[in-house]
Design a protein. Sequence first.
Length: 247
Amino acid sequence: MERAEYERLAALDRRLWWFQGLHAEMAGALARHGPWSADDRVLDAGCGTGGLLVSLRDRMPAMELFGVELDGVAAGVAQSASGRPIVGGSVNQLPFPDASFAAIVSADVLCHRGVEEMTALKELRRCLRPGGLLVLNLPAYQWMLGEHDVAVHNVRRYTARGVGKLLDSAGFSSIWISYWNTVLFPLMALKRKLGWRGEGKPASDVVLMPAPVERLFAAIVALEASLLGAGLRFPFGGSVLATAMRP
């Protein structure tokens, strides 16, 4: 991503309502496949500036957490924020031995223009131990590609069906998929379709809104995370959440 976007992430990746929802979804997916112990090594693949690592550290302190990040500055910020080891490297060629991790989480990484989808998924599978868990979050619907995606170098958005096919082709099993950010999706779609018209430099959606709006939106996505945790799946939404296992 551009340096300005990493700076936005560093400032807001634990404060913005969307990140709070994302972290709740990812942590909830891990918890559903627990319990996890100190012997269970967990990797955040493409950890950015470390917001998810900090959230997982605080929610699940027993986990032995690691990160891998291509951008050196972001990796330094992530290590400082989380206190966890961050390794420089690409998801296209992970710098870890086979079967290194009990679980791998990856939030909005496969969608980046520098990532080779199938290569990255096979690398994630290689680094999971047999029976290990993969938790993915990805942006939904190619028709929603817009200014935010241009700003953060996303070139792909996904459907639940498409993610399922990718995971199956990469050799994963026990695949579970749902959309989320469903209640607010109409507002998101409206903004994307009525927003940027290609004039000037694109900017991402990583912007803090007025405090009452932040609290309301955070409560909505927290409720969705609770419903997913109870077994409900959403038929549409702004993001796709998936879990899968290495057989």
